[in-house]
Ligand binder design. Sequence first.
Ligand SMILES: C[S@@+](CC[C@H](N)C(=O)[O-])C[C@H]1O[C@@H](n2cnc3c(N)ncnc32)[C@H](O)[C@@H]1O
Length: 322
Amino acid sequence: MTGLAPVSTVHEPVLVAEVLHYLAPRPGGIYVDGTVGAGGHSDAILAAVGGRCRIIGIDRDPDALAAAGRALARWGSAVQLVHANYAGFEAVLDDFGIDAVDGILLDLGVSSLQLDRPERGFSYQEDAPLDMRMDQTRGTTAADLVNRLDAAALTRILRDYVEERWASRIARFIVEARRRAPIRTTGQLEAVVKAAIPAAARRRGGHPARRTFQALRIAVNDELQALSGVIEPAARRLAGGGRLVIISFHSLEDRIVKQAFRRLAQGCTCPPGAACRCGGDTILEILTRRPVTAGEYELRRNPRARSARLRAARRIAATGSE
Ligand SMILES: C[S@@+](CC[C@H](N)C(=O)[O-])C[C@H]1O[C@@H](n2cnc3c(N)ncnc32)[C@H](O)[C@@H]1O
């Protein structure tokens, strides 16, 4: 096996100016950074208010939290870091005795800290154990999925998450390969995917294993489910005027954010005059009609920014209750 030596890498946060613009941090505010990662966005938020706000920084990856701890140490007790899934952010706030916050930021996906460490198993560039868990303290690895799921389930993952054209062929090749020997490494999986995709198709559209690795990562970490479930509770935990800012890197994530924001901004959809049966109330005002993307300058400096899409919304104060 090669490339297991620690790689020194930095995570360059994306759309920092845009995050500050839409989150609009203010002195005295409380902010949840639900994907604190290497702490780049949190650092910028604290710097914007001279350290006079409070940040609850959540990440499901203990290594990321350690990096955030180092990066944010200068802000002292203004930062509290918690090992959790952002889907459980309400329990985190309850533990701190916090009812409502002034802003919530989610910068989805994986960080360079994770991608550039071969031993995490996210990358097809180096041979390493096929892991891909953001939280290595629990859960199912990518190796578990490729060795256990049947061809139909593997096909669905590849089709539904990344629209892989060769989904069923790749799934079939995986099932055949693991009959000979379990697939335990990124290199083994990459070789199987390459063999499954016809040579002519392999020459187009980037590395042939890129989409398969992305789909498995999404499945291993239940990424879409966590996102779908968090938007409404996040909106409801905002104080009046509080902001929700979400950066996604995948069209399915962006669609989930767009549709949830619309639903929460639209409110009741029952016919006019009829008693409300849908239970919808208008709690958000959308601040970004279209997703905000990186400008030329950032794109030149940070290739990760290429697929970043930021959407933001503001909590409308509920009449009577806030
Ligand atoms: C793109 S990075 C965030 C980088 C961060 N904004 C910065 O400036 O350094 C995404 C981070 O979110 C974490 N993450 C992804 N999904 C998560 C979830 N459901 N709950 C908690 N953390 C999550 C990953 O472990 C990773 O560290």
